[in-house]
Write a protein that binds this ligand. Sequence first.
Ligand code: DC
Length: 252
Amino acid sequence: MTNGASSSTIGVGLLRPRRVCVIPQERPIIVTVDGPAGTGKSSVSRELARRLGLDFLDTGAMYRAATAIMLDRGLTIGQAEQLVALVMTADLHFDWNEDPPMILAWDKPIDHRIRDADVTEHVSPVSAIRELREHMVIKQRIIGHQHPRLVTEGRDQGSVVFPNAEVKFFLWATPEVRAVRRAEQLRAAGVAEVDVARLREEIEARDRSDSTRAVGPLVCPEDATRVDTTGLGFEEVVLRLEQEVRSRVLGT
Ligand code: DC
């Protein structure tokens, strides 16, 4: 295991600052990282972006922000039309001066709210709303246009949003390992009582819902490199992705 991280701590691995820019400054490149929750996608993608000198987009934050808006404005999942209209007026966007970029709604930060338990509980059905996804896809493509050197992570980045992305990854891990990683994240965040079996059930339920929805389901794009992170530490996963991008782009 590298970096002193156990295989289950992929999401919370700490690294010393290092910035090795292997992609020439003027070269546009979109790298997509898709996969289910608990594969370490966010932390891995963020570190990959940092090492390659690219911007980082967390598209889950956008669906989470929409869910927070729904809950905080007293709407329910049955009021999809009103929700989509409201999310459009919120003009979700990121402050790219922050690291990671901070999400705003109505020009106000909403990042402090989007990881709350009630948001996590409701986000999967919200992210299945067709019109909401259509709106998010447009927004994400605009971001890709404005930030053409980008690592973007989510569920549909390589399959739907950026089908022509130069490099695509799909991260995977067993539900058991993902539940243990999530438990460690919660404990690190100060949550005293963590039920790993329950977390696993929630993860499996979310996988089912994300993979079987009609619009933008979680799928591994045919041209994606699939990486099973089950037995790997954070550093190993980042290195694998970094080497793949480097060899595809620079032939090294
Ligand atoms: O990666 P995450 O846990 O922050 O994602 C939150 C939810 O949003 C998750 O249920 C899947 C959904 N999502 C999605 O449907 N499409 C994306 N591109 C990103 C996230």
